[in-house]
Design a protein around this ligand. Structure first.
Ligand SMILES: *Cc1c(COP(=O)(O)O)cnc(C)c1O
Length: 402
């Protein structure tokens, strides 16, 4: 039963149907080329939603993880770990932060950031100042609290009661932010994705962020950047907020950090470094040595200036090629791109969804993501080659310009 069809039937007999999956079983890969159970190959513009930063089965990454597996695969956080310390040094230095806590996912990183912000406020101002502002169209995760923090109504359903304390403002609308923060004295933090990934690769203005930061400084509100999707060189900087020239109080990361193993992180600067003390937060798996060894290999590779330059160049190359598609007409409304985070807002015909295009791409040998209601999104491995880009875009051109 090694083919797609039989394996899908087998899978669905035991696994909950919580995902609208595409009908292929991906079984192996190398770099930016993946293979399904029928033996068909695909160019990968998804990297598992921005996770496989170095592509599939990268030699250096596999070797770093395997070496750690041969030493020890897991230790309890009641003991110290050499490899998590090394990763912590590298990550905090790159982020210009003082301390890090390792979690297992993006949602958990955000949960931790929320706890940290509320504890800081509690210590200084007591109870009743725990409200957090987030942006409309944001996405912060699938746990109860990060769902509550997510600024999209579709996520606030079924699972009532949700944790309270989240308020949503429109992105890039500084007047609304000013009025929200001047009418309420119970706000301890604001969480912002430097680029909103899930809702459509939506940009946040630098000016807006700068003004938000000034208000935060004025009112002792903590600025949290959710870099779960944008971080770890995805946009051509190690962290996307570097484009803003604004210092956050807390940064969260996950997706691309582990290069394929589950790890997340929240980091803070000097001000918050002692806010959480022994017993206040924890995780059995957090800082898992194998995941940390993989993450260290990822960071050492992607933080090199030449590597970051290539991410920027490849992103620009993709945009340039798409603009040159023959017969593209007005099919693309807007291309929103930073580094290798690319959103193509497409003109849909009646009844169409971006998923229809993703499915056509898949049938022709290209894996892409969707975002929001009308966006095709690419988050390819950061070391994708120009040949692979050309091949993938060739498939896309055929589909968009037919
Ligand atoms: C994916 C994502 C999350 C959630 O991460 P998980 O690892 O799925 O829990 C949170 N924030 C942003 C911006 C994301 O893109």
């Amino acid at each position: 039963m090694a083919n797609n069809q039989d394996l899908i039937k087998y899978h669905d007999e035991y696994i909950m149907g919580t995902y609208g999956r595409y009908p292929v079983v991906l079984v192996e890969g190398k770099g930016s080329v993946l293979k399904d159970a029928d033996g068909k190959s695909y160019i990968d513009f998804t990297s598992g939603i921005g996770v496989n930063s170095l592509g599939a089965a990268n030699n250096g990454w596999v070797s770093a993880v395997s070496k750690q597996l041969d030493r020890i695969q897991h230790i309890s956080n009641y003991y110290y770990s050499d490899v998590s310390a090394k990763l912590a040094e590298k990550l905090t230095k790159l982020a210009k932060m003082s301390r890090v806590f390792f979690s297992n996912s993006g949602a958990e990183a955000n949960e931790g950031a929320i706890k940290l912000a509320r504890k800081y406020s509690f210590d200084k101002y007591g109870k009743g100042r725990g409200a957090i502002i987030t942006l409309k169209d944001s996405f912060h995760g699938r746990t109860m609290t990060t769902l509550a923090a997510t600024g999209q109504d579709v996520f606030h359903n079924y699972f009532f009661p949700f944790p309270e304390g989240f308020r949503f403002v429109e992105k890039n609308n500084i007047e609304e932010f000013i009025s929200e923060t001047s009418n309420n004295s119970d706000i301890c933090a604001v969480i912002i994705e430097p680029i909103q990934g899930e809702s459509g690769v939506n940009f946040i203005d630098k000016d807006y962020i700068k003004q938000v930061k000034n208000i935060c400084l004025d009112k002792d509100i903590l600025l949290i950047f959710d870099e779960v999707q944008t971080g770890i060189a995805r946009t051509g900087k190690v962290f996307a907020h570097e484009y803003f020239d604004v210092e956050p109080d807390i940064i969260t990361a996950a997706k691309g950090l582990g290069g394929g193993l589950p790890i997340g992180a929240f980091m803070c600067g000097e001000k918050l470094k002692n806010t959480l003390s022994a017993g206040m937060h924890g995780s059995t798996y957090g800082g898992n040595p194998a995941a940390c060894a993989g993450a260290l290999e990822v960071l050492e590779t992607v933080s090199k200036i030449d590597f970051l330059d290539e991410v920027i160049k490849k992103g620009e190359y993709i945009v340039c090629k798409i603009k040159g598609f023959t017969g593209i007409g007005d099919k693309i409304i807007e291309i929103r791109q930073k580094g290798l985070m690319v959103g193509l807002q497409i003109k849909l015909n009646g009844g169409e969804a971006p998923k229809d295009y993703a499915l056509k791409c898949l049938n022709n040998g290209l894996l892409v993501l969707t975002a929001g209601s009308d966006v095709i999104r690419f988050l390819p491995p950061l070391n994708i080659t120009y040949e692979e880009i050309d091949k993938g875009l060739g498939i896309l051109e055929k589909i968009l310009c037919k």
